[in-house]
Design a protein around this ligand. Structure first.
Ligand code: B1M
Length: 215
């Protein structure tokens, strides 16, 4: 039954069928599938297939947008169902998708999982200019600044953030974490980010490590 829901979720996303994707997200949760399992084995493989179809010229912008809409709605249902820690843990994170990049589905999952783990998170949304990350971190009194990017053309904005923090003398004040499909540990090392996370679960793990180092 679980496997069938995963397969149907993949199909709903590839078909760009928002009603079906939302219904499957609700059904999967009702049947007791853990939110992150539903995401990682159903919906994410679905949107990855869409990406492959788009990348190989078998799907065009309207199809990409339809599938993205279905993914956004299903993600919202699943994010709301992530169980929350009762206690707030100390740790404040400012997070956003870098300037020029409109992709925010993955970043939103990361935000939900961090909140569910008790962190205070300020979500700046997408297309966030570098100076806005820094201003927001100062105002929010953040410990960590997290940035996400899905486009190779906007990856340099993560580098710019590191450079601007250095210029402002704030590099030691904030730990930084980077993520997004094209981002790697190698990239993080190259630009001087403090951590890289592969997915939302890894993001929570790395944030805990960074906070432990900071104290
Ligand atoms: Co776009 N797109 N897209 N797109 N899109 C990609 C990224 C692409 C790889 C597709 C392809 O060609 N195969 C390609 C980029 C190629 C490249 O840069 N080399 C691409 C392109 C080209 C474009 C446009 C330029 C298309 C066009 O207009 N011609 C355009 C750009 C717009 C812009 O940003 N300026 C565009 C637009 C869009 C939509 C708006 C239609 C839509 C986004 C909707 C939205 O986000 N609200 C969209 C989508 C959906 C995709 C794909 C298909 C799926 C992205 C996604 O949501 N993945 C994508 C192909 C792909 O990645 N396979 C593609 C699911 C998500 C859960 O994973 O975001 O990787 P991900 O997040 C993961 C981890 O990376 C990690 O945890 C998350 C959860 O596991 N993570 C973090 C992410 N951020 C993190 C931060 C952290 C820690 C971990 O700490 C801070």
């Amino acid at each position: 039954m679980t496997q069938k829901i995963f397969e149907e979720a993949i199909k709903a996303i590839v078909d760009g069928d928002t009603d079906r994707a939302t219904e499957l997200a609700r059904r999967g949760l009702d049947e007791g599938i853990a939110p992150l399992d539903l995401m990682n084995s159903g919906f994410i493989p679905g949107i990855n297939q869409v990406g492959d179809l788009f990348g190989s010229g078998k799907l065009f912008i309207p199809g990409l947008i339809k599938s993205a809409n279905a993914m956004e709605k299903a993600t919202a249902v699943i994010n709301d169902a992530i169980p929350r820690e009762q206690e707030t843990v100390s740790g404040k994170i400012v997070i956003g998708t870098v300037e020029g990049d409109m992709h925010d589905i993955g970043k939103t999952i990361v935000v939900s999982l961090m909140r569910a783990n008790g962190f205070e998170v300020l979500d700046l949304g997408r297309d966030v200019p570098t100076d806005r990350f820094i201003e927001a971190a100062e105002k929010f009194n953040a410990d960590i600044i997290g940035s996400s990017t899905l486009l190779t053309t906007t990856m340099p904005m993560q580098k710019e953030l590191e450079e601007e923090l250095k210029k402002a003398g704030l590099k030691d004040k904030y730990k930084t974490i980077v993520g997004g499909a094209p981002v790697t540990q190698r990239w993080a090392d190259r630009i001087g980010a403090d951590a890289f996370a592969q997915d939302a679960g890894d993001g929570v793990k790395k944030v805990k490590q960074l906070l432990a180092e900071q104290r």
